[in-house]
Design a protein around this ligand. Structure first.
Ligand code: IPM
Ligand code: MN
Length: 357
């Protein structure tokens, strides 16, 4: 029997609640498809800081490195905001991404038919949206040096550096090409080349790489225009290729097209080695422990893990179908509530999804 080692990082806030649903889904699928799944839970984020004074402890990173895939919920809480930056949960996440060399972050934005009325945008605008944000994840301004603060002067100063070398841009572009080749072969690269040198290099490098592929259709947009176009006519996009910071911002924007950020999964990948699969949303401390969170983004991340990380396509598709069935029956969590829906708790909607598998 095939056997997979999964490291589960349920993290902070709503993390444990949504993780519980995904674990149950995985158990059900492992019975249905006769594979064995060994889920090892490790401390990560704020909770790891509490236990080990480190948001990404070495033991956790070692377990992740030796796994087949990592399933991560979410990290962060305002109560850690006053800690030195390197001890904050978010820094733990960046350390994990960097330690596993996860340079490619894939964020699919797919409209679910039964949620067409849940978006703040008009139905006609969003009905044909099916796009993927390919975000560079371990470079750019998130990691660039120098960075720091000068506080011992009368006027305080703080600075960060947005830096890429061409090899970093090349490898993420190759990922975008691979994905585009399985779709409509359209890539829109997003930058700020009218102002930033780093974006000019980005633009030139993306052009050089994509020119090797005759049937790839490349377009470029400045990030301000891209934000506008995503709201104006999101269906024009297929693969959006962009840097770490712009990808962070645009993927939240694109998430809302689907009705709730509680719906968006992601995969963070390397060319080899385990990937990290996690929802795009944060830890939502304000609703933590209330059993009202939406576990679907995490369940869809679990589906991405099965498909991309473990090559268990049928099991992955089962999760997608189960979620569509549950939504089409009118079941919703609070974030997606509407007049005619049946409002369920996190646990309850989890049970509905499991029943459909
Ligand atoms: C994301 C998150 C992270 C990011 C934070 C929590 C560090 O917003 O995955 O989009 O900015 O990358
Ligand atoms: Mn983000």
């Amino acid at each position: 029997m095939k056997s997979y080692k999964i490291v589960l990082l349920s993290g902070d806030g709503i993390g444990p609640e949504i993780s519980e649903v995904s674990v149950k889904i995985l158990k059900k699928l492992s019975q249905k498809y006769a594979f064995d799944i060994d889920i090892k839970e490790e401390y990560f984020g704020g909770i790891a800081y509490e236990k080990h004074k480190d948001p990404a402890p070495e033991v956790t990173l070692d377990q992740c490195k030796s796994s087949d895939a990592v399933l991560l919920a979410c990290v962060g809480d305002a109560k850690y905001d006053s800690l030195p930056r390197e001890l904050r949960p978010e820094s733990g996440l960046l350390k994990l991404r960097s330690a596993l060399n996860l340079f490619a972050n894939i964020r699919p934005v797919k409209i679910r038919k039964s949620l067409l009325d849940s978006s703040s945008l008009k139905k006609e605008i969003i009905e044909n949206v099916d796009l993927i944000v390919v975000r560079e994840l371990i470079g750019g301004i998130y990691f660039g040096k120098p960075r720091g603060q000068i506080t011992n002067t009368e006027i305080k100063k703080a600075f960060n550096t947005m830096v890429y070398d061409s090899s970093e841009i090349e490898r993420i572009t190759e990922v975008a090409v691979k994905i585009a080749n399985q779709r409509s072969k359209k890539i829109c690269s997003v930058d700020k080349a009218n102002v930033l040198e780093v974006s000019q290099l980005w633009r030139d490098t993306v052009l050089a790489v994509t020119s090797k592929y005759k049937d790839i259709n490349l377009s470029n947009l400045y990030v301000d225009n891209a934000a506008m176009q995503l709201v104006k006519e999101p269906s024009q996009f297929d693969v959006i290729l962009t840097n770490n910071l712009f990808g962070d911002i645009l993927s939240d924007l694109a998430a809302m097209i689907t009705g709730s950020i509680g719906m968006l999964p992601s995969a963070s990948l390397n060319n080899k080695g385990p990937g990290v699969f996690e929802p795009v949303h944060g830890s939502a401390p304000d609703i933590a422990g209330k059993d009202i969170a939406n576990p679907i983004a995490m369940a869809l991340s679990t589906s991405m893990m099965l498909k991309i990380g473990l090559n268990e396509k049928e099991a992955a598709d089962d999760i997608e179908t189960a979620i569509d069935n549950v939504l089409s029956k009118g079941y919703r969590t609070l974030d997606l509530k509407n007049e005619n829906c049946q409002l369920l708790s996190c646990k309850e909607i989890g049970e509905k999804i499991i029943q459909e598998i």
